[in-house]
Design a binder for this molecule. Structure first.
Ligand code: PMP
Length: 393
């Protein structure tokens, strides 16, 4: 029976890593997979994480099972950052559970929506490819709308049209900040309108916040999430600590449920526990424990936030330099300056992307997405020259 399993295409981005590794050129540039890199190309462990891990090593006295909800002190310690220090539980209406990364959080949020009776998920496209994969795997219907205009602005008209044709009880999946892959975020005034529209239509918002702090700042990056949650009775939030704490492979995330009434929260979340139990039973502990230790110690919080500020400043510097170069051949790099987070799309066709790789050793996704943090003050001119070369007739 197992011979019924047909060969599946390899994940394109993971295949790109292999190609990059096999390339002997010293000046090759990896703009593929989405991890932060320093100006010397490294993805180091945060000093705050190292300090927390040291403390964990010295003080952890058991590795006995926790439960499907994971480390609830971690889940709670994050809440002031996500939902605001003034009222982090929205008067007891929000509670969460730990998940294996943001992927586990997205999976659980969508599975909870399905269990609650949601049949259709509205989502701006393009999006992180795994969104559509998870929606399909759960047997939900995906309804796409354009996330951005050809001019590189958030496309409010297509969002308005999508909400207009949606039915009450559908869900809408929104990137909280640092849109992957476009880097184009809704401005505060646009979030204000989205909050009103989503509420008026009776849609369930599912907010995916995977890059808090990598855009404009921890508070700024939570604006849309808080604005939407402030308006609607119910919402789901999928959160990742894998980027803003540099924990990628340790798989640190959380899913939060917001209900109309605090008395409904435990019942709703018990479905999350049941779904987790049947899937991964409980989340990996180590990374979340390290995040908890940081968030419970003001000195470590300061250290972590300094490291996050440095990352954000470096990505801004790269973006500013790209924007300042203006036109590279046929491509206008100026819009990248005002985009947010790790990713942007450089509008190249398949042939040009192949030439970037073969002729210039620049590895980027087939969509034209680049990881901005793969650029450094040492290689950025080479990248700009390569774009100019492959787009010049
Ligand atoms: N949501 C979005 C939009 C993402 O880009 C990612 C990671 N690439 C995730 C969720 C999940 O991140 P992870 O599972 O690594 O925490």
């Amino acid at each position: 029976v197992l011979s019924n399993l047909q060969q599946q295409p390899a994940d394109a981005l993971l295949a790109l890593i292999k190609l990059h590794n096999a390339d002997p050129r010293a000046d090759k540039i990896d703009l593929g997979v989405g991890v932060y890199r320093t100006d010397s190309g490294a993805t180091p462990v945060f000093a705050a994480i190292k300090a927390a891990e040291q403390r964990l090593l010295e003080t952890q006295d058991s590795k006995a099972y926790l439960g499907p909800e994971g480390d609830m002190d971690f889940v709670h310690a994050l809440m002031p950052y996500v939902f605001g220090a003034a009222n982090p539980t929205f008067d007891g209406r929000i509670e969460g559970m730990q998940t294996p990364g943001g992927t586990g959080a997205v999976r659980l949020a969508l599975a909870l929506a399905k269990r609650a009776g949601v049949a259709r998920i509205w989502m701006g496209t393009p999006s992180w490819p795994n969104h559509a994969q998870i929606v399909a795997d759960l047997g939900l219907e995906l309804k796409g709308f354009g996330h951005a205009t050809p001019g590189g602005q958030a496309d409010m008209d297509s969002l308005r049209a999508a909400v207009a044709s949606a039915q009450a009880g559908d869900a809408i999946l929104l990137h909280g900040c640092c849109h992957n892959p476009l880097g184009i975020d809704y401005a505060p005034a646009q979030w204000d309108e989205i909050a009103t529209l989503v509420k008026a239509k009776g849609l369930l918002p599912i907010i995916d916040l995977a890059y808090q702090g990598l855009g404009e700042g921890m508070e700024e990056d939570a604006y849309g999430l808080r604005r939407v949650l402030g308006e609607v009775p119910e919402a789901l939030v999928a959160y990742s600590c894998d980027k803003n704490f540099g924990l990628y492979r340790d798989r640190v995330g959380a899913v939060y449920v917001m209900m109309a009434d605090a008395a409904q929260v435990n019942a709703a979340l018990s479905n999350g526990h049941a779904l987790a139990r049947a899937a991964w039973s409980m989340p990996p502990d180590h990374g979340a424990a390290a995040v908890r230790i940081i968030l419970q110690d003001q000195a470590l919080v300061a250290l972590w936030q300094g490291e996050l500020d440095e990352m954000r400043a470096r990505m801004r510097q790269v973006r500013a330099k790209l924007a300042a170069s203006g036109k590279a051949g046929a491509v206008d790099l100026a819009p990248l300056g005002s985009q947010n987070g790790l990713f942007s799309i450089v509008p190249l066709n398949a042939e040009q992307i192949l030439a970037m790789r073969e002729k210039h050793g620049v590895y980027m996704a087939g969509s034209g997405r680049i990881n901005v943090a793969g650029l450094t003050m040492g290689n950025i001119d080479q990248f700009i020259a390569a774009v100019a070369d492959v787009t010049s007739a």
